[in-house]
Ligand binder design. Structure first.
Ligand code: NAP
Length: 499
């Protein structure tokens, strides 16, 4: 159950500092555990996107913001972090209601969102611009300036964390932001918008620095990308959408950052600590019900250990507790939406038609408690070729495909035989093998004897079709700035062509 009054569910858009019902179509957001509506949020129109973009451009150019010193901008980020921490339980409950995710996960995501604002504030206060070595009679330096207005477009799987990951560095860099949440899950972004509005008002900063614009991607998202005031788009979502956005950005010669999909290999070598690997493989793919870009959804096990490992894994997966996100016992919560559950079920049907053996799961759970929710059982498949669609396409649900490998060459060939390159897990006691494989595998992040651990201090992003650019880390905010070089003459000697 929601732990806050229904009247407090945020359902208005934030357009250039004004809270209002969007002038577009109403969209009901649904609790995927119950199928019941939580709120009706009206989409904004293309005209309202333009109003927000123009308001953002004015706010970004406001001297009170543009010339605000870094330590004062950092105060804004700290204040937003304070407000997130003060309302952490409500935000977690709201995200659980909107996305279905287990409360244990949404609480951690809210804490990490606050941490992102604090880390970014510290990075902002300690960031340095540089004087570069001179090769003549001049002083040269590199300075970083805001791009102005940033469009931030996010998917539905972890809104509070993805919003913070874009909002904190974009504001730290001195920009205004147009934030577009996914149509299925706008509530946490709107709640975050309320907190940012409050922090801006307390510090006397322009309210138009943040707009939160709910609505469909092909209308609202597209209008953000194409608006002439928008100078950079940062996008997290599917690869096909990322490509569409990159094409539109190319028409404006506008930079984009893309955090896209994955089909990440998780690798168990013959000498792995089996207990550790079993727990890590299960957590890596079935936490968040597999709705995670970095889900370790292709399992490669050394052939000599394959039957024993996969047999024990399946026995344990059958015991995972499936239930509503609000229950403290739940390990596998419902999927975000009934339509997405049907997509995942369609992939398991495809796997069957490709010759897969369904070792466990393969359907929605039975029973009254699950009847109205978007549940799907954690599923393990095998008997497929790595070239099959099931092994190649991102399912984004609780579905693991297991494959044996013969030797390191065979393993690396299969692991890299994917359009994606987001993440990889390696389970072994042999540090030399771990090093070799980690260096050879196409992945932006490699975990060795752990999985899905994250630090805001460590850059994150994908290779190949998994994305362009990096988020997080001390330099995360540089992705929202333009670098400028300055030359300052220091000599009284006559310049060339001087009389
Ligand atoms: P999606 O369909 O690509 O949507 C992502 C966002 O883009 C949504 O807000 C969507 O709006 C919007 N959008 C859709 N079409 C657009 C267009 N033409 N122009 C501008 N915006 C547009 O992805 P999803 O199904 O929500 O999310 C799942 C995907 O996200 C998976 O592939 C997953 O791997 C990826 N993901 C990647 C990372 C990472 O860091 N690499 C993290 C999380 C998720 P509407 O939904 O409102 O239509």
């Amino acid at each position: 159950m929601l732990s806050f009054p229904a009247a407090d569910v945020p359902d208005e858009a934030l357009v250039a500092g004004s809270w209002r019902r969007g002038a577009g179509a109403p969209v009901e957001t649904v609790d995927p555990a119950t199928g019941l509506a939580i709120a009706t949020v009206h989409a904004v129109t293309v005209e309202e996107v333009a109003e927000a973009a123009e308001g953002a451009a004015r706010a970004a150019a406001d001297p009170g913001w543009r010339s605000l010193l870094p330590h004062r901008r950092a105060r804004l980020l700290h204040r937003i972090a304070d407000l997130i921490e003060e309302t952490a339980e409500q935000l977690a409950a709201l995200q659980t209601a909107d996305t279905g995710k287990a409360l244990t996960e949404t609480r951690a995501l809210v804490a990490s969102a606050a941490g992102t604002f604090r880390y970014t504030a510290a990075a902002l206060e300690t960031a340095e611009e540089s004087i570069t070595p001179s090769r003549g009679d001049y002083l040269t330096m590199s300075v970083f300036e805001p791009v102005g207005v940033v469009g931030a477009i996010n998917p539905w799987n972890s809104p509070v964390a993805s919003d913070a990951q874009k909002l904190a560095p974009a504001l730290a860099a001195g920009n205004a932001v147009l934030l577009k949440p996914a149509e299925w899950t706008p509530l946490v972004s709107l709640a975050l918008g309320r907190l940012v509005t409050r922090a801006l008002a307390e510090l006397g900063l322009p309210p138009g620095l943040l707009s939160v614009l709910p609505g469909r991607g092909s209308v609202v998202g597209d209008a953000i990308v194409r608006h002439p005031c928008v100078g950079k788009v940062t996008f997290t979502g599917g690869t096909a959408t990322g490509r569409t956005i990159a094409h539109a950005a190319a028409d404006k010669t506008m930079p984009v950052s893309l955090e896209l999909g994955g089909k990440s290999p998780t690798i168990v070598l013959a000498d792995a600590d089996i207990e550790q690997a079993l727990a890590g493989v299960m957590f890596g793919v079935f936490s968040s019900s597999g709705q995670s870009c970095i889900a370790g959804s292709r399992l490669f096990v050394a052939r000599e250990r394959y039957d024993a490992f996969v047999g024990e894994l399946v026995a344990r997966v059958r015991k995972l507790r499936v239930g509503p996100g609000t229950s403290p016992d739940t390990q596998v919560a419902p999927l975000v939406h009934h339509r997405h559950r049907d997509t995942v079920a369609g992939y398991v049907d495809l796997a069957r038609s490709e010759g897969a053996r369904v070792l466990c799961g393969g359907s929605a759970p039975e029973g009254e408690a699950y009847r109205d929710g978007a549940y799907y059982l954690p599923t393990v498949l095998d008997g497929l070729d790595n070239a099959s669609r099931t092994c190649q396409e991102e399912i984004f649900g609780p579905v693991l495909v297991a494959l044996p490998f013969d030797d390191e060459e065979d393993l690396v060939r299969m692991a890299n035989d994917s359009v994606y390159g987001l993440a990889c897990g390696i389970w072994t006691r042999d540090h030399r093998a771990a090093w070799r494989i980690a260096r050879r595998v196409d992945a932006g992040t490699v975990w060795i004897n752990t999985y899905k651990q994250f630090s805001i201090a460590t850059p994150f992003g994908g290779l190949k079709d998994s994305g362009l650019g990096r988020e997080k880390g001390r330099d995360g905010m540089r992705a929202y700035q333009r670098q400028k070089s300055l030359y300052w003459g220091t000599s009284d000697a006559p310049l060339p062509w001087a009389n």
